[in-house]
Design a protein around this ligand. Structure first.
Ligand SMILES: [Zn+2]
Length: 255
């Protein structure tokens, strides 16, 4: 499914108008809805202008982080809520008396950064930083969605009636996993998931599946074309790690 891009999610969280297609997608997509909800919480938190009277001014490091995050210009590098810096400039204090000379903006007389001293402006900048940071997280997650490499229909064997599917995906970091879904759990003992060679001579155990579905790591470097058969076995609790030879479902991966 094509999800909404981070910009659209951010705009929606900010109650900006949205095209009908995006709105439709949002109504039917739990993932995007959850992301919008998370972004909206951040926006609401920042929009709620608190009674700043009883609050301590944030430390200079907070502004530095916001400045860095938003890549603001040097003109606004100084902490806008810092100790009376506009007055310092007007009174012509020497830089050596400034607590943090490195953060001093190149202020010209009459070009004060008074707008930055307003709490609302500051909060809006903080809100923007939150939204941008959230958007970056979303974007990073979205840039490399898992790619489906192969899938298989799983058909019942012998006395079993369960059916299901197996899907192998590769995530952005190159790791592969296989998701196995059955319509019911039928094991007399417990279910174990295997990848098996076409002639059934070699097999790799992927793990135990205690419910009707599960996701398993595929060993790095394992050539799936050499082990294309997905098998879910019924294993007795006998301590024997080998395949019980009782398979519930089986299917062959194809891409
Ligand atoms: Zn979506």
């Amino acid at each position: 499914m094509q999800h909404l891009d981070p910009e659209a999610l951010s705009l929606f969280a900010l109650d900006e108008p949205m095209d009908a297609g995006s709105a439709d997608h949002l109504r039917s997509c739990p993932e995007c809805t959850a992301e919008v909800a998370a972004l909206r919480r951040a926006v609401n938190a920042a929009r709620t202008v608190p009674d700043t009277g009883g609050l301590e001014a944030p430390g200079a490091n907070v502004w530095e982080a916001i400045h860095r995050q938003l890549r603001l210009t040097d003109e606004v590098a100084a902490d806008p809520l810092g100790p009376a810096r506009g007055q310092d400039a007007a009174e012509g204090k020497s830089p050596s008396e400034e607590p943090r000379p490195a953060a001093r903006p190149a202020e010209k007389p009459g070009s004060k950064v008074t707008w930055l001293r307003r709490p609302v402006t500051w909060l809006a900048a903080a809100a923007a930083a939150v939204v941008i940071a959230a958007g970056v997280v979303v974007a990073v997650n979205r840039t490399s969605p898992p790619v489906t490499l192969a899938s298989a229909q799983l058909e019942p064997l012998a006395r079993f009636t369960a059916t299901g599917s197996a899907t192998v995906t590769e995530s952005g970091d190159g790791s592969r996993s296989i998701e196995v879904r059955l319509n019911k759990a039928e094991a007399g003992g417990y279910q174990e998931v295997w990848l098996i060679a076409p002639d059934l001579s070699r097999l790799v155990s992927l793990g135990i599946m205690n419910s009707s579905s599960g996701r398993f790591d595929v060993p790095a470097g394992l050539d799936l074309s050499s082990y294309p058969i997905v098998d879910v076995s019924d294993e007795p609790l006998d301590g024997n790690p080998a395949h019980s030879s009782v398979s519930i479902v089986r299917g062959t991966l194809s891409s």
